[in-house]
Design a protein around this ligand. Structure first.
Ligand code: HEC
Length: 113
């Protein structure tokens, strides 16, 4: 009996973990202070809920027009020091601040700004 209960508890925990992971959107990651924390340095003028942002980085707006090649945008986020060795922006991919999957989600999200 105790074994059955622990198997059920384990299965439930797995379901909750999967739900939590699936629910994490690019926006969640970008806004999360302990993840991308993009708002610390970038405003997002097209989003009313992007509040109390920093401005040490350029506003993230019209991304598709400014980055017609999405791969260039992804590379910027993966390691901003490549295009600007003096940048303050943390190399999200290179320093494993974000996983590859999280970077893809963030790129998809900001590509809509
Ligand atoms: C500590 C501050 C900081 C954080 C955090 C930060 N950035 Fe940046 N970012 C900058 C600065 C400064 C620049 C401008 C210098 C440069 O091009 O590297 C920049 C440039 C950019 C650019 C190029 C913008 C353009 O118009 O050329 C993009 C895109 C970008 N950041 C996206 C992001 C995303 C997405 C996140 C979150 C995952 C993020 N940044 C987090 C500081 C930051």
């Amino acid at each position: 009996m105790p074994i059955r209960i622990s198997i059920m508890t384990g299965a439930l925990a797995a379901v909750f973990t999967l739900t939590a992971m699936a629910a994490e959107t690019g926006k969640d990651i970008a806004y999360n202070r302990s993840k991308g924390n993009c708002l610390a340095c970038h405003s997002m003028p097209s989003l009313p809920d992007a509040e109390q942002t920093g401005n040490s980085g350029p506003p993230l707006i019209a991304m598709q027009a400014r980055f017609p090649d999405k791969a260039v945008l992804r590379a910027k986020i993966w390691d901003a020091t490549v295009s600007n060795p003096q940048t303050m922006m943390p190399p999200m991919g290179k320093h494993q601040v974000l996983t590859e999957e999280e970077i893809d989600k963030v790129v998809d999200f900001i590509y809509g700004l």
